[in-house]
Design a protein. Structure first.
Lengths: 302, 378
């Protein structure tokens, strides 16, 4: 009886062991064998069977215009804000010109003095010239008077020029838009000091009705870029909206790749060919300076 | 007749228990050692199992996943240009140190995921949200990190807590489940660009490129195409796992050390059970001789003994695997022990136990065959 029980028990326990093993193996195996899941955010995939991949940066049509300051100085006024559409010639910002403004009345006054002087000399000359009796005045004196008038004329001209120069210098302190476009970035505020040699431009202008992409192709793939090949761009993180591109040009000069780690001791020798494509901005929320994944249709042999 | 054999086997309960326990012990020793071996080896490839992608791309000189020979950042575009590559994403992986409030320093494995796609993100988020990784200075830590950091700070570490990686703030926004790593500490996931900020600047920082195969291409095809086209090295997930395992087997003492444990189990099993079985046969020699005297030939006696041996073996094996897998279930919940039971473990252990039983039975058989039936009358 006991022996029977023992036999039964041991057999069941042994079977239980096998079952437990099977379950465990399955559970541990389950972790291992699953297919790699897709990334949480669908990535942009190459729309052409074979093609080149490139990293692109959005910029305004005909590139972004970094407007500079003509001379160092304090900012007296900023006439525009970001997103403002400006016409060519429209004032953007004004530098402080109090020194010139202070000099202007002095120069105006100098001009007035010169004018008065001239007037006086002219009158004297006219009076002398009106005398008919040649014995009353010497020829010498008459000549002197005439040259005095010429000197005074020149002095007036000089004073007027000095005044005009100050006005022109004052006008130069008003920085105007060189092109029609949109204010993309404003790095200055009233009261700040700007310098022509500053690393960051005070103001960036660009025509964003049509945007362009600067696609950087690794130099090893440079030979495979064909101008007529179709190209598509995806905004980083948005694989649902392909943006068809129009070829503009290939930059003839291959440049070192930007933004590796930003370290000043960077010496990684990577150079890239820049290919420019354009696309209409339209309703898409694409901003200048954004990174894009660019795919260019190409041959199979990279 | 076989019924008789089984009756004979369980008749002596003490002997039966001894036989079964010997084989149980031996099975457990072997299976356990193999599971530990597989577990430790699985820890060496934990990066491949935590960061999932069907194809990995590395420097051509990389042999295993914990190797760090970074690529140039423009290699990403080159890989994207290879036919069969649906997408490619950068990955940073490196051993760094986390500094906790209180000054404690813990080693971590820092993983930087592509910020656009988060390709390679941990699959099992236990708390928090993966998308929160897009917030500034945020990281997702694994359960092991929670454990280690809680120990170090003396309170429950969790979402919202901060620590430092190379003097930069890291704020925890999520907790994930990740396999333990063999080399580094816990896994800390963050965005690629931020990982580059955290890690000390080097000339090249791109550890791996993760690649998805386009429809119609297998991972192996894509990996081979990448290797051929770019001069880098493409790996399918399994190729990288096997290369890593090979590297650890060739370059570390793990297989020899644990292999010895398996051998010990085998020897203990043989010695113990062969002895016991032989003693069992000796004890029953009179009965067996009686059967022989009754005219039973060796042709019938041999299967009888084999049946006895295999029965004992199967039951011992079952017991042993019961104990081993119970331990395995415990480790599943506990997590600190490197333990993995692939299907090969029970199969190999079973084969070893079977061979022990057959060997033991053969010992007994030679004795029985040589026995004179007359022994009954002595």
């Amino acid at each position: 009886m006991i022996s029977l029980l023992l036999r039964r028990l041991t057999v069941w326990l042994a079977l239980g062991g096998l079952a437990a093993t099977t379950v465990l193996v399955n559970r541990m195996h389950g972790d291992l064998s699953a297919e790699a899941p897709p990334p949480p955010v669908p990535p942009a995939t190459n729309p052409y069977g074979t093609g080149l991949g490139a990293a692109g940066l959005v910029e305004a049509r005909r590139e972004n215009t970094a407007v500079g300051a003509p001379q160092p100085g304090l900012v007296a006024a900023v006439q525009v804000a970001v997103w403002d559409r400006v016409e060519a010639g429209q004032p953007l910002f004004t530098l402080d010109g109090r020194d010139l403004q202070a000099a202007l009345p002095v120069q105006t006054a100098n001009a007035a003095v010169a004018a008065a002087q001239l007037e006086r000399l002219r009158e004297q000359l006219a009076r002398l010239e009106a005398v008919d009796d040649v014995r009353a005045i010497t020829l010498e004196e008459l000549r002197n008077r005439r040259s005095d008038v010429r000197v005074a004329e020149a002095q007036l001209q000089a004073a007027l020029s000095a005044e005009a120069q100050t006005r022109a210098l004052l006008e130069r302190l008003v920085v105007r838009a060189p092109i029609a476009g949109t204010v993309l970035q404003l790095n200055l505020r009233v009261g700040e000091y700007v310098s022509p040699s500053a690393a960051t431009p005070p103001l960036i202008l660009g025509d964003i009705a049509t945007l362009q992409i600067r696609a950087e192709v690794d130099e090893q793939l440079a030979g495979l870029v064909r101008p007529e090949a179709p190209a598509t761009a995806f905004i980083k993180g948005n694989a649902q909206q392909p943006i068809p591109l129009t070829f503009v040009r290939i930059e003839p000069f291959v440049v070192p790749k930007r933004s590796l780690t930003g370290n000043s001791s960077e010496r990684v020798d990577t150079r890239v060919l820049q290919v420019i494509y354009s696309f209409p901005a339209g309703e898409r929320r694409v901003y200048v300076g954004q990174q894009m994944d660019v795919f260019i249709a190409g041959e199979a042999k990279p | 007749m076989f019924r008789l054999a089984l009756k004979m086997l369980v008749g002596d309960r003490g002997k039966y228990a001894l036989l079964v326990s010997g084989l149980t012990f031996s099975t457990m020793l072997m299976a356990q050692a193999m599971c530990l071996f597989c577990g430790i080896m699985s820890w060496t490839v934990s990066s491949v199992r935590n960061i999932r992608a069907s194809v990995w791309v590395s420097d051509p000189m990389v042999e295993q996943v914990n190797d760090n020979k970074p690529l140039r950042s423009s290699d990403l575009s080159r890989v994207r240009s290879v036919p069969g590559v649906a997408w490619a994403a950068p990955l940073y992986q490196g051993a760094q140190q986390a500094r906790l409030a209180g000054g404690d320093i813990k080693g971590i494995t820092l993983v930087g995921l592509d910020s656009a796609t988060l390709a390679g993100a941990p699959g099992r988020i236990l708390a928090g949200r993966l998308e929160d990784l897009r917030l500034p200075n945020t990281v997702i830590i694994d359960e092991f990190a929670v454990e280690r950091f809680s120990e170090a700070t003396g309170r429950a570490f969790g979402i919202g807590d901060v620590f430092e990686i190379n003097d930069r703030e890291a704020r925890v926004v999520g907790i994930c489940r990740a396999e333990r790593s063999f080399t580094g500490g816990p896994y800390i996931f963050t965005q690629y660009e931020r990982a580059l900020d955290y890690a000390p600047a080097q000339r090249k920082m791109l550890s791996f490129i993760l690649v998805g195969a386009a429809p119609g291409y297998s991972a192996d095809e894509v990996a081979a195409a990448i290797t051929a086209a770019t001069g880098l090295r493409g790996w399918s997930e399994s190729a990288l796992i096997w290369s890593t395992l090979d590297w650890y087997i060739a370059n570390t003492g793990i297989p020899i050390n644990i292999g010895l444990l398996v051998v010990v189990g085998f020897v203990v099993g043989i010695v113990f059970s062969a002895q016991t079985f032989y003693a069992f046969v000796l004890d029953n020699l009179r009965n067996l001789a009686a059967l022989k005297a009754m005219g039973l030939t060796a042709r019938l006696l041999v299967p009888m003994l084999l049946l006895q041996a295999i029965t004992v073996g199967s039951i011992g094996y079952g017991f042993g695997m019961l104990l081993t897998s119970s331990f395995g279930f415990f480790t599943l919940g506990y997590g600190r022990i490197a333990y993995l039971m692939p299907w090969q473990v029970p199969v190999v252990a079973g084969a070893a136990v079977l061979s022990i039983c057959v060997f033991s039975a053969l010992l007994g058989i030679t004795k029985v065959v040589r026995t004179e039936p007359a022994i009954v009358f002595r």
